[in-house]
Design a binder for this molecule. Structure first.
Ligand SMILES: [Mg+2]
Length: 388
């Protein structure tokens, strides 16, 4: 068997929202199809992948550098020992041949996107949902199809007002989410507190709010927010300072004893390890948001999970960024704490297979081969257009 083609298309996911750092007026992503010569149900198996929102499409890197490496490799060198399926680890090593270490930049996004498509193909060839394949190969064999999800939104947008924010957050609660997230740092501290208090008034018993500063704050501002946020008993305080400023994060932990979260902009096991080594993150309460689709894919994420275990962290402290089905499958297969969800944004790429309902902030994944994209009609029709 072999890979016969790798296709990439850069697609718009633009909207008029903004967080504390960027707006999304020109946001794109890369959609990738890995076409194999394996036939299932009378058709070639095609694996699909895309990168998460917040980083742009990686068409140049994928088309000029990474896809050619796989297509030029001897097909047998990319197969597992059975010879009947692709080996994601060998494929990863081939993608990363002639790449120096460090300076991860955004090549991790290009590799992560291809890696997602490879895992989708591998699970389809095996005839299994990806979460079951992962549980069998790397877990205890038992997938847990019920996964915690929270609703991420609460961006700033023109003409929103507090009423617009309240309407949005209420709609997430009405759709079954018990944890909702809003942005901070795109307005003054006083204005942000008003917006937070407006959302807190909507919450019933067992419902919680998380806030996300998108790496905007310097240390004094992060501490000022920490003091103001402490009485609110938030689900978490996310990405207060620059994602690579581990000293800031460690110092902030001295001023905020409630849960914090970060990691979505750390793109390698080595960067994640530096956060664990130097960021003062607390394994008993904090949350890690590494997103495999931005950070060299699941092959690298498996290394990150090993590193976390070696440092006393449970995979259940990981709730990845990105709101895609790949992380849902990893959560179900390997016991992560849950996954982000953007109920109204970045469609058709985010979300769940059709018919999956959120109940008490949990979804139950259907038994679809691969990652499960075929269960989401609007997404799958985009994917089919790329592969046909
Ligand atoms: Mg975030």
């Amino acid at each position: 068997m072999k890979i016969i083609d790798i296709r990439e298309s850069t697609r718009p996911i633009k909207s008029n929202i903004r967080n504390a750092y960027i707006d999304f007026s020109k946001m794109t992503l890369s959609l990738v199809a890995v076409v194999t010569d394996v036939i299932r149900d009378g058709k070639p198996v095609v694996g699909y992948g895309f990168n998460s929102n917040g980083r742009y499409g990686q068409g140049g890197l994928i088309r000029e550098r990474f896809a050619p490496r796989l297509l030029e490799a001897a097909p047998a060198s990319l197969l597992d020992d059975s010879g009947d399926n692709l080996d994601p680890h060998k494929i990863w090593a081939t993608l990363m041949s002639n790449e120096k270490p460090g300076g991860h930049g955004e090549r991790s996004v290009a590799v992560g996107t291809i890696d997602m498509a490879v895992w989708d193909a591998v699970a389809k060839i095996a005839g299994l949902p990806l979460y079951q394949l992962l549980a069998d190969r790397y877990g205890n064999g038992q997938a847990n199809r019920k996964v915690f999800v929270y609703a991420a939104g609460g961006y700033y947008w023109p003409g929103q007002g507090v009423e617009g924010l309240e309407r949005e957050m209420q709609s997430y609660l009405d759709r079954g989410y018990a944890v909702v997230k809003k942005k901070i740092g795109g307005a003054s501290l006083a204005e942000d507190c008003k917006r937070i208090e407006a959302v807190l008034k909507l919450l019933g018993p067992g419902q919680r709010l998380a806030v996300d500063a998108n790496g905007r704050f310097d240390l004094p501002t992060a501490i000022a927010y920490a003091k103001a946020l402490s009485p609110y008993d938030l689900f978490w305080y996310e990405e207060a300072g620059d994602p690579l400023d581990f000293a800031l994060q460690a110092e902030l932990a001295q001023h905020y004893d409630k849960p914090m979260a970060t990691g979505e902009n750390l793109f390698s096991m080595q960067d994640a390890r530096n956060l664990i080594r130097y960021g003062g993150m607390r394994a008993d309460r904090d949350w890690l948001q590494f997103d495999c689709a931005l950070s060299y894919g699941l092959v690298e994420y498996l290394r990150t999970l090993d590193m976390l275990r070696d440092n006393g962290w449970s995979p259940s402290r990981c709730i990845p960024h990105g709101g895609h089905q790949m992380s849902l499958a990893i959560a179900a297969g390997l016991g992560l704490g849950g996954n982000e969800s953007y109920p109204d944004l970045f469609q058709p790429y985010g979300g769940f297979p059709d018919g999956v309902k959120v109940q008490d902030s949990y979804v139950t994944l259907p038994e679809l081969p691969g990652i499960g994209f075929e269960g989401k009609a609007d997404l799958y029709s985009e994917m089919c257009r790329l592969a046909s």
